[in-house]
Design a protein around this ligand. Structure first.
Ligand SMILES: [Ca+2]
Ligand SMILES: [Ca+2]
Length: 270
């Protein structure tokens, strides 16, 4: 192979790698807003991180201008930056503006709740679960215990009865389509449900949201999103994946390695 062709090959490899690295884009949280109980969602510098500091009723932080996120994958990191308290952190999928109130949910509620409690606190239990929130909650206990308007569908494969740890950062990957919801924690698939599991024919659409119930000092950071219809090969879009997005640095090194290999061989020959 000529040096020209080797160069072409190296460039092609780098070009192939580039869209993978660029497919997941940072989410700008500056336009997101909170609903539900008292809360303080404070967007951090860089706009891809947010800190929730209030120990209050169920609250969701979401983008009110987005009504459809199905076919996309959301990734990032979550960390409770305190040793105080032991309550619920998590996510809302298919959330629609106006659903959560200061004391529960409206009759129009129809979204999926991924929540993770640190400690057993009867009647709330520790661990990671996914529930369907449908209709008006009769009391806050619906969210605490997963009863009433909050119907639990499944619990995490490994973390179903394991709470989050203090001052510990976890990576998460969420794939959301009309026919599949998958949630991975630290690249391990924990939740995977289809509409049948929720006695539905398809999942309702809406916004992604961050969820909090009664837990202060929760940091969501490095939030990225990828449109799986544009880049279906993105790692976040793979079923059962959740292996996160390849580090751009790794891909750059791969490209450099290929280029180096090509030039090295040429030199030897010459
Ligand atoms: Ca508590
Ligand atoms: Ca609390």
């Amino acid at each position: 192979m000529s040096i020209k062709n080797r160069l072409k090959l190296a460039v092609a490899a780098a070009v192939l790698a580039a869209p993978m690295a660029a497919s997941a884009v940072a989410v700008n949280l500056s336009g997101w807003t909170a609903e539900g109980g008292s809360s303080n969602w404070s967007v951090q510098s860089g706009n891809d991180s947010v800190l929730q500091t209030v120990n209050g009723n169920p609250t969701v932080f979401f983008d009110p201008t987005v009504t459809s996120t199905q076919g996309t994958a959301l990734s990032g990191k979550i960390k409770v930056t305190t040793t105080g308290d032991d309550d619920f952190i998590g996510f809302a999928l298919g959330y629609q503006s106006g659903t959560l109130t200061s004391s529960g949910s409206t009759s129009a509620a129809d979204f999926f709740l991924v929540d993770w409690k640190q400690g057993d606190q009867s009647p709330g239990v520790d661990g990671l679960a996914i529930s369907h929130v449908l209709g008006a909650s009769g009391s806050l206990n619906d969210f605490w215990q997963h009863v009433g308007a909050v119907t639990e569908i499944d619990r995490g494969t490994n973390l179903g009865s394991t709470g989050w740890a203090d001052n510990t950062e976890y990576s998460f990957d969420i794939l959301f389509t009309s026919s599949l919801i998958q949630v991975s924690v630290d690249s391990v698939l924990e939740l995977s449900i289809t509409p049948t599991d929720a006695s539905l024919t398809s999942f309702g659409d809406g916004s992604f949201g961050f969820y909090n119930y009664s837990q202060g000092s929760v940091l969501y950071s490095a939030i990225t999103q990828v449109d799986c219809s544009v880049t279906p090969t993105a790692p976040g879009c793979q079923q059962g994946g959740g292996n996160g997005v390849p580090e751009p640095a790794t891909l750059a090194l791969m490209g450099l390695g290929l280029a180096g290999f090509g030039f090295g061989r040429n030199k030897k020959k010459a």
